[in-house]
Design a protein around this ligand. Structure first.
Ligand code: NAG
Ligand code: NAG
Ligand code: NAG
Ligand code: NAG
Ligand code: CU
Length: 297
């Protein structure tokens, strides 16, 4: 019975080029015209030298309790750690499953970082024990309009700035796309996390507060308003990013100068910590196997 209904339903589904992976990163410094590009590994191919952790499947990570929410499907540690200066920009070039431009266009992009430890480079760091803080989140470009993710449909990378004031050290950077085209059904959201191993050079002191640190999986729930969401029915509604807020220290540097004329700059050092949403109860996924296999298209 199940097989029969699958076969009758499949031809009705739109053809979707398969999913994808983080193909390369490009590091650019605002004070230099040169850039460095590092290529990632093709999923499941023999691993080569790269700072991008290799995944073994271009399909999205499904379900917010999935262990692969940390760094992607079957992610393995990468051999390289690359140096990046605080304040540099990293371009994350995602590709479709057939290596063409990224196809999904609806949903947020978020970037997290975690220290790997003073005495441990990120090439041996287990991301399951990461304490992630958020450094960036991007939703729609304009209210009710296209999403920043759609800019990658031309092949352009998504660009993220390493906080200028971040404390130097060994960090793993987690860039995440959440494709929401079928997220009106619980379990429909598609997570594409990718992890990059870096060593940040700089003289900043910026660090997250204790309650800005989260685990992944752990910080999301399948029923979060930004995960179980119909992005087409009410596009003007403010999108609620899942996970913690961007860590306060990230905006300290920029607000320190722009706020200087209106308020005292001493207010930029946060002395008290805002209460963050706690890790929500886990909601069981209610989709049947058949629905899951249909939704994974
Ligand atoms: C790192 O190594 C130094 C020197 O061996 C040691 O003093 C320090 O406690 C270590 N730090 C951690 C977090 O293990
Ligand atoms: C990211 O930066 C690169 C190089 O500076 C640029 O070509 C690209 O258009 C940028 N991406 C987006 C989405 O703006
Ligand atoms: C912010 O960045 C500027 C430019 O690099 C730097 O000169 C300044 O000291 C920084 N301010 C703070 C408060 O970190
Ligand atoms: C502050 O105001 C002064 C005078 O109005 C102006 O010259 C300066 O550029 C402003 N600084 C900032 C950071 O906006
Ligand atoms: Cu996909």
């Amino acid at each position: 019975m199940i097989t029969t209904s699958l076969f009758t339903l499949l031809p009705l589904l739109p053809l979707v080029s398969a999913h994808g992976w983080l193909n390369s990163i490009t590091i650019e410094s605002p004070t230099s015209t040169s850039s460095r590009t590092y290529t990632g590994n093709i999923p499941n191919a023999s691993p080569t030298d790269s700072p991008i952790r290799q995944i073994n499947n271009v399909d999205p990570v499904k379900g917010t309790t999935n262990e692969f929410l940390s760094c992607g499907q079957g992610a393995e540690v990468a051999s390289q750690v690359v140096e990046v200066n605080a304040g540099d920009s990293i371009g994350f070039a995602w590709v479709n499953g057939d290596a063409g431009p990224w196809v999904h266009n609806a949903g947020p992009m978020q970037t997290y970082m975690s220290l790997c430890g003073d005495n441990q480079t990120c090439s041996s760091f287990n991301a399951a024990s990461a304490s992630w803080f958020k450094i960036q989140e991007q939703g729609r470009i304009t209210a009710g309009g296209d999403w920043f993710m759609s800019l990658m449909n031309t092949g352009a990378p998504a660009n993220v700035t390493i906080p200028l004031n971040i404390k130097p050290g060994n960090y793993i950077i987690r860039h995440e796309l959440i494709a929401l085209q079928i997220a009106q059904v619980e379990g429909g959201a598609e997570f594409y996390p990718a992890c990059v191993q870096v060593s940040v050079i700089g003289d900043g002191e910026g660090a997250p507060m204790e309650d800005e640190l989260v685990s992944l999986p752990g910080a999301y729930s399948d029923t979060d308003p930004g995960i179980l969401v119909d992005v087409y029915s009410n596009p003007d509604a403010d999108y609620v990013f899942p996970g913690p807020a961007v860590a306060a220290f990230v905006s300290e540097n920029s607000t320190a100068s722009t706020a200087a004329n209106t308020t005292s700059t001493s207010s930029t050092a946060p002395s008290s910590c805002k209460k963050r949403r706690s890790v929500d109860t886990i909601h069981p996924r209610t989709l049947s196997r058949v629905m899951k296999s249909l939704l994974s298209q």
